[in-house]
Ligand binder design. Structure first.
Ligand SMILES: C[S@@+](CC[C@H](N)C(=O)[O-])C[C@H]1O[C@@H](n2cnc3c(N)ncnc32)[C@H](O)[C@@H]1O
Length: 254
């Protein structure tokens, strides 16, 4: 799975396949912002991808600066195209080696990225370096204990595969504790990602997440066929929004 986001095709479909309604994005952004008391926080997002949260934090958190760090040049190219903002800078870098000065940020966001990190303790130490003492890291992820997203109903083998690569709650917290972080809270939060199952099916046709690279073409098509059949049954007059829940761990930097 390493560097799968270097694929231009995946980078090109990521934003449309993973965006959420404005209201959901705003609610998420306000939740993330609630973990800093700075009125104009300096923010870093590690694994910023196509920049959906970077521009949202610049707009809705009144962030003084947002630095979006990612290993993938194609993802950052999309971010600069789709989520440019005067307060946001996108830079190539890794969680393990963030190309910025020390004690620089009030808030760090890691959204859907911790399962990609080859050395979480090293990444946590690097976050401790770039955050000011007491700064907050917000980790938006799915703990191994709760792999209940709709995607697994249609592609059940993805649940087995993700159970091997997503950290458990205690593994994640232990790795950050090893770097000197203290836990502030662990909760979860859910918001609609599409307005209907039809919309969800439409976005899945583009295989917009790295996890799909682990399936054969036949496995992918079989899940998509079942999803399409269910989406076609959905009454157009009563669409059912698809809601995704994420675990949210918040820790304070040493
Ligand atoms: C699933 S995407 C998440 C994008 C965005 N944060 C979101 O929530 O939609 C994961 C991103 O993490 C990046 N990534 C993977 N390993 C990384 C690492 N070691 N350091 C920084 N970014 C990494 C990938 O290139 C990809 O853009």
């Amino acid at each position: 799975m390493a560097r799968v986001y270097d694929d231009e095709r995946l980078a090109g479909v990521y934003q449309s396949g993973n965006e959420m309604p404005d209201r959901s994005l705003r609610d998420w952004t306000h939740l993330i912002g609630s973990f800093t008391d700075r009125p104009t926080p300096a923010v870093v997002e590690i694994g910023a991808g196509t920049g959906m949260f970077c521009s949202a934090m610049a707009r809705w958190l009144n962030a003084s600066t947002v630095v979006g760090v990612d290993t993938s040049v194609p993802m950052l190219t999309q971010a600069r195209l789709l989520n440019a903002h005067p307060s946001v800078r996108y830079v190539v870098g890794t969680a393990e080696s963030v190309p910025t000065a020390s004690d620089r940020f009030d808030l760090a966001l890691l959204s859907r990225v911790v399962h990609h990190l080859p050395d979480r303790v090293r990444a946590a130490r690097e976050l401790a370096r770039v955050l000011r003492p007491g700064g907050a890291v917000v980790i938006r992820t799915t703990f191994r204990e709760r792999l209940d997203a709709l995607v697994y109903d249609y592609w059940p083998r993805l649940r087995e595969l993700d159970a091997q690569r997503f950290p458990s709650r205690s593994e994640l917290l232990d790795d950050f504790a090893a770097a000197g972080f203290t836990v502030r809270s662990v909760t979860s939060f859910a918001r609609p990602v599409t307005a209907s199952l039809r919309d969800y099916h439409a976005r899945m046709t583009s295989r917009p997440q790295s996890k799909f690279t682990q399936l054969t073409a036949a496995e992918f098509q079989e899940g998509l066929r079942r999803l399409r059949a269910d989406a076609q049954e959905e009454p157009t007059t009563r669409p059912v929004p698809v809601i995704e829940r994420y675990d949210v761990a918040v820790l304070s930097a040493p």
